[in-house]
Design a protein around this ligand. Structure first.
Ligand code: GCB
Length: 595
């Protein structure tokens, strides 16, 4: 389903603000029919995680189910329309009841769930929405879960976190993105795929494929408007199912230097009457990997940026609009041009901002540190379904230039991974993703534990590596760290002859810790490590970028390695710069060869 918009044919109503809330650790809500509403004096803000909002009620580390309820008045003009409820994301799974009737469920966090509620709502009256959300994970879910027993049975008790996770960010629970009730016409444009290519130095091609829901239509038209609302290309066709092709003359191509957006307007007709209209911003650009370079519109681009997280005090993983503005301002201030949505799809608002600000995005699926010993065919299927939904949601964003379909598989270093099972798994995932999108490179960042024989390299268009030499390995020893980094990059390039991208490197630093000699955890050590890594990465002609881990400090599960937060941010969790931020700003200011 397309992102909800408001125009002459569609309307929308945000159902955010405060909801009634109740934790359900014993999972009795469904038996006790809480979906007909429940007693509670606790309120929670939507969007937002429950963990820090309701820490005083003991929910900081809560993993389990919780219930949300809200009454909304649905205005009369929603009648004669199809009515939908969209939860931008509820992590990690959810179920929805409208006026006591089950309306839908989702097994996937980090992505919207759109359910049709036309049959369950009363228009011109009050309606009850009840949602139950769970942040529990399992062997089959994406991301994959882990239990304390796994650590015990595998004799890895010192790696156990609380709550137990296979990843290094807090498994916050809650409704994390806006809840929207919206209407569409009975026959409407359900999906759009916009492909753009460069015909020649002055012409751009826009190909549009539309998915229509309903029967009452006869033709379809598309127009592209420039920023002054003048139409620069248009087409009309009776073949609604066909792909439309439009050519823009004197085309202004989208790039990180000039993120020019056209407005694409699509109209659906029944005879000569317009049935539906949808509009979205598009950028005409082309991404390619050629001769170990990443090309944007035929020009080499070097990625300078970060791995990020959706994470902020109190809001947790909840969408917080001022933070989006602030983060993009900081990314511009520091002279970066890219980030990876580690380790899950971010809110659409983030991507819309990246489109406008000209920031390049590697969009990632939350298959973080998959342990294939526990991955059944159901997990593979969930992984594919997740990718499909992510590609469907984010396909039209010019800022999204690469798909990352996982992160650091086999972080446990299991030998069986190299006996064909790892290869088979990733072959299937890469082939599936390519069948959905031929226009973008695909990758999976590898970790040092999985090593240089990781099968993800065989299928990746970009050899992405996350390396912590000088931190987890060879702590405090930058000389050895750079030797190992060089060895890994050279070995991989020699073996695969594909471009190398260092998707993670960094060191923890506690803002305010200093020393005159190199000392881990100080701002100076973090700064020096980042500077030396960048020098080494940029000295290799086959590298296409460097992404510091992390943009900002972020909350993690409890572990003796973490002082509440992962402190590898170059900004603190509340976005104050550390020493490394000033160094990066200088390095990325363009004075050096690659920067
Ligand atoms: C990694 C992971 C990232 C962690 C990071 C770290 O390799 O991809 O999720 O947060 O290391 O700081 O340990």
């Amino acid at each position: 389903m397309l992102y909800p918009i408001r125009n002459a044919f569609r309307d929308m109503l945000e159902v955010n603000s405060f909801w009634k809330f109740k934790a359900d650790p014993e999972k009795k809500g469904e038996n006790e029919k809480w979906y007909n509403d429940f007693e509670s004096s606790v309120e929670i803000a939507v969007p937002g995680s429950w963990n820090e909002q309701l820490e005083e009620l003991g929910l900081l580390h809560y993993v389990g189910r919780a219930w949300y309820s809200k009454k909304i008045f649905l205005p009369a003009h929603f009648s004669d329309k199809r009515i939908w409820l969209r939860i931008g994301s509820a992590d990690f799974s959810s179920k929805i009841w409208i006026n006591g009737i089950i309306a839908g469920e989702s097994e996937f966090g980090f992505l919207p769930n759109d359910v049709e509620i036309t049959a369950f709502v009363k228009v011109g009256a009050e309606n009850l929405i009840v949602v139950t959300v769970s942040n529990e994970l399992s062997d089959d879910s994406i991301p994959q879960g882990i239990t304390p027993e796994h650590y015990t049975n595998e004799d890895r008790m010192r790696e156990e976190t609380n709550p137990p996770t296979r990843f290094d960010f807090s498994p916050f629970g809650g409704i994390h993105r806006p809840v929207i009730v919206y209407s569409t016409p009975k026959t409407f444009i359900r999906g759009l795929r916009v492909n753009t290519t460069i015909v020649n130095a002055s012409q751009g091609r826009v190909e549009i494929a539309a998915e229509i829901d309903g029967k009452n239509f006869s033709s379809f038209s598309a127009e592209v408007n420039d920023s002054k609302s003048s139409t620069v290309a248009s087409s009309k066709s009776d073949e609604v199912g066909a792909t439309h092709e439009l050519i823009i003359n004197d085309c202004r191509f989208w790039s990180n230097d000039d993120p020019y957006l056209y407005m694409l307007r699509i109209f659906l007709y029944s005879n000569d009457k317009i049935e539906d209209e949808y509009s979205l911003n598009i950028g005409v650009r082309e991404v390619k990997i050629e001769k170990n370079n990443l090309l944007l519109n035929g020009k080499e681009v070097f990625l300078k940026g970060f791995g990020k997280h959706e994470d902020f005090p109190v809001a947790g993983k909840g969408l917080f609009l001022p933070l989006i503005v602030k983060d993009f301002q900081l990314m511009k201030w520091i002279n970066s041009n890219a980030f990876r949505t580690s380790h899950y799809p971010y809110a659409e608002d983030v991507l819309l901002h990246a489109d406008k600000m000209g920031v390049l995005v590697i969009a990632e699926a939350p298959a973080v540190s998959l342990d294939l010993r526990y991955t059944s065919s159901k997990a593979l299927d969930n992984h594919k379904r997740f990718i499909q939904k992510m590609v469907e949601r984010d396909y039209n964003h010019p800022s999204v230039i690469v798909w990352s379909v996982g992160n650091e598989p086999n972080i446990v270093g299991d030998k069986g991974y190299y006996n064909g099972s790892g290869r088979n798994y990733w072959k299937e995932i890469f082939e599936f993703t390519r069948s959905l999108d031929m226009s973008r490179p695909i990758t999976v960042p590898n970790c040092a534990m999985a090593g240089l024989d990781d099968p993800v390299f065989e299928f990746s268009d970009i050899l992405s590596i996350n390396r912590y030499y000088g931190w987890y390995e060879y702590p405090g020893n930058l000389e050895l760290a750079l030797e190992r980094l060089t060895f890994d990059m050279e070995t991989l390039y020699a073996k695969y002859n594909k471009p190398v991208l260092v998707t993670e490197f960094g060191a923890d630093s506690l803002a305010g810790f200093h020393s005159t000699s190199l000392q881990m955890f100080t701002e100076e050590y973090q700064t020096k490590l980042i500077e030396e890594y960048i020098r080494c990465i940029e000295s290799k002609p086959y590298t296409i970028g460097e992404m510091v881990w992390n943009f900002a400090d972020f909350r993690t599960p409890q572990h003796f390695r973490r002082v509440v937060l992962n402190l590898k941010g170059v900004f603190t969790r509340d976005r104050e710069p550390k020493l490394s931020a000033f160094k990066l700003k200088e390095i990325w200011s363009g004075k050096r060869k690659r920067s």
